[in-house]
Design a protein around this ligand. Structure first.
Ligand SMILES: Cc1cc2nc3c(=O)[nH]c(=O)nc-3n(C[C@H](O)[C@H](O)[C@H](O)COP(=O)(O)OP(=O)(O)OC[C@H]3O[C@@H](n4cnc5c(N)ncnc54)[C@H](O)[C@@H]3O)c2cc1C
Length: 428
């Protein structure tokens, strides 16, 4: 079959790589390089032109079984990363901190007595224990249903110091959204993430970064068109091929896989049916910024409070700022000058300290997106379907590399099962 994949994020790379095993696949990407690595930053003067992933692409195996298998199959070496976290307020003073003890592939979070010296920190620990107990019980009883995490913690009377000081900022940091958005996350998604072992397993990263992952996947794709933004997609009448209009012309394909964001797919699909438009429009996105810089002013006020991840949580900002101390999460940079990646910045670092700046959009997860996922599955099950959607938004759970890869492989399997189009426009 002749197949187009639109979008070179991880979902598009994986869908194109998988389908290329048996089909003629063209991957279209609007950027000059696949989107998965388009925002990476090259560090001048560093050993062998070291590059930093923007954003960082860490994972932990318990929640990422599909990505873990993919990296193993591709021969991508991974390394454990310390992701211990300090939480500070607007004044930069730490109000809570957890550390990490690593043992092989295992990692145990712990707090030192001096880190829980304040009443607030102690309430956070108590709240965490209550939340853990209540969430485990509710999950075992199948009671999480369609309830949001905000409603769940309110009903279970979990300490507000824990909810507002740690739980919601942590969800907002992982999902890069506001704490209000975090409150709407389905409780089942949050508990599912926590229960997959985040508190016992080391976070990992691909040792040679996203570039190495992209290179392996690209090597398996026959035709890659970068700087080739797709302008419109339209189906031929009578269920025939799908016509794609791109930067350099018009081409017809047996199948087209959208591996863009849902909102981008909706804008491109010129003949979207009402049920397609409704499903895609129900995935909402939040815009956010990521900065690479060297300004220590965005770190906790006391150097002794610095952790690999530093979240700044304050009432006047809807989104927690998180600053990752790159030297601590990328072992090759351990002894280099301090380098930081700040996500959802609340303040701007010194201009002369900024190395890179990128904007992203991230899908929100709530009851509406859960309903839209079910609608997407129904669309994918339709006979004669030739247009498909994959991406981090297109599978259940937190929208991360895992859901992106899982959805790409699921769509590839469906396309494979569906077959091509004959000259008469019917399934061949
Ligand atoms: C700050 C931040 C930190 C993150 N950290 C992590 C993390 O540590 N671990 C983790 O697992 N996940 C993390 N994520 C989430 C993860 O990066 C995403 O879930 C994942 O990269 C999404 O991949 P995707 O392929 O679904 O979509 P995208 O990466 O959005 O890919 C879509 C692609 O489509 C292309 N495109 C769009 N329109 C067109 C067009 N008209 N023509 C051609 N191409 C087009 C885009 O350029 C892009 O390359 C983070 C996200 C952010 C924003």
């Amino acid at each position: 079959m002749n197949i187009a994949v639109i979008g070179g994020g991880i979902a598009g790379l994986v869908a194109a790589w998988q389908l290329s095993r048996r089909h003629a696949v063209t991957l279209f990407e609007r950027h000059a390089v696949p989107g998965f690595v388009a925002s990476s930053v090259a560090l001048d003067g560093s050993a062998a032109g070291l590059r930093i992933d923007v954003p960082l692409r860490v994972f932990y195996p318990g929640y990422y079984p599909t990505l873990t298998r993919l990296y193993a199959e591709l021969g991508i070496p991974t390394e454990p990363v310390d992701y211990a976290t300090t939480f500070t307020g607007a004044d930069g003073r730490a109000y809570f901190r957890w550390r990490n003890a690593s043992l092989g592939g295992w990692s145990l979070p712990y707090v030192l007595p001096r880190d829980v010296g304040s009443v607030r920190a102690w309430h956070i620990v108590q709240g965490a224990l209550r939340f853990h107990a209540r969430a485990c019980a509710a999950q075992a009883a199948g009671d999480l249903g369609g309830v949001s995490i905000g409603d769940f913690v309110a009903a279970e009377r979990v300490a507000p110091d824990f909810v507002d000081g740690l739980l919601l900022p942590a969800i907002a940091t992982i999902g890069t959204c506001s704490t209000t958005d975090a409150r709407a996350y389905p409780a089942a998604v949050v508990v599912g993430y926590a229960a997959a072992g985040v508190a016992r397993q080391s976070v990992h990263r691909a040792r040679d970064g996203a570039d190495a992952v992209a290179a392996k996947l690209l090597a398996g794709i026959a035709r890659v068109q970068c700087s080739a933004g797709v302008a419109a997609v339209r189906r031929q009448a009578g269920g025939g091929r799908v016509v794609l209009q791109h930067a350099t012309g018009v081409e017809a394909f047996d199948h087209v896989v959208f591996a863009t964001q849902a909102n981008q797919a909706l804008a491109l699909l010129a003949d979207a049916a009402p049920d397609e438009a409704a499903a895609l429009a129900a995935f909402r996105y939040r815009r956010l910024e990521v900065l690479m810089h060297r300004d220590t002013a965005l770190m906790p006020a006391r150097r002794a409070d610095w952790s690999p991840v530093n979240a700044r949580v304050c009432a006047e900002h809807a989104q927690p700022e998180s600053t990752i101390w790159i030297n601590r999460v990328q072992p090759a940079l351990r002894h280099a000058a301090p380098l930081f990646q700040t996500v959802m910045p609340q303040r701007w670092p010194r201009d002369d300290s900024v190395i890179g700046h990128a904007g992203f959009e991230r899908p929100l997860v709530d009851a509406g997106s859960a309903a839209a996922l079910a609608a997407l599955q129904r669309l994918h099950a339709q006979a004669e379907r030739r247009v498909w959607w994959c991406g981090s938004y297109a599978e259940a759970g937190v929208p991360l590399l895992e859901s992106a890869v899982r959805s790409a492989l699921a769509v590839a399997a469906r396309v494979e099962a569906r077959g091509g189009v004959g000259e008469d426009g019917r399934a061949a």
